[in-house]
Design a protein around this ligand. Structure first.
Ligand code: DCM
Length: 135
């Protein structure tokens, strides 16, 4: 049996806005918005993996907090989890993505309604909307 790999994504909320990144590949999801992140290497903790991925993808240094409640099975051997993260240094820029943007609750709702979020990430919308309403 293959070991289960984890994809970690960052839920970065600041000033009642959530950071989203627009995928540039593969074609099925290019143009859709996601919580940025990527695969943890074997033996790498989720927290370290997220710090590394956000450094590579956005050019920011983050501290990592608690996981969102939902996790999503991408394949039988791949699970997607979101961890809250806080930017300590840098301004997010699209290094591997097409664009990055900060969205408020209304914009997140609209992107979701339009089908503009990466499908797996829609699991987090209710929890993220609750966050955006209170912070
Ligand atoms: N993925 C996802 N949602 C995210 C981040 C990643 O569904 N917020 C998926 C896309 C790929 C896998 O995880 O199937 C690995 O991501 P990447 O291609 O960004 O390394």
């Amino acid at each position: 049996m293959t070991a289960r790999r984890v994809v970690v994504a960052g839920a970065i909320v600041a000033d009642r806005r959530l950071l989203l990144a627009q995928r540039s590949y593969p074609p099925e999801v290019a143009g859709m918005w996601e919580l940025p992140g990527g695969k943890a290497e074997p033996g790498e903790s989720r927290e370290s993996a997220l710090r590394r991925e956000l450094r590579e993808e956005l050019g920011v240094e983050v501290t990592v907090g608690a996981a969102l409640k939902e996790s999503v099975a991408l394949r039988h051997d791949l699970v997607l989890v979101a961890l809250r993260a806080h930017i300590e240094d840098g301004t997010p820029r699209a290094v591997e993505h097409r664009a990055v943007r900060w969205v408020d609750a209304d914009e997140l709702r609209r992107l979701h309604a339009e089908g503009s979020l990466v499908p797996a990430d829609t699991a987090w919308v209710p929890e993220l909307l609750a966050d955006l309403a209170k912070r």
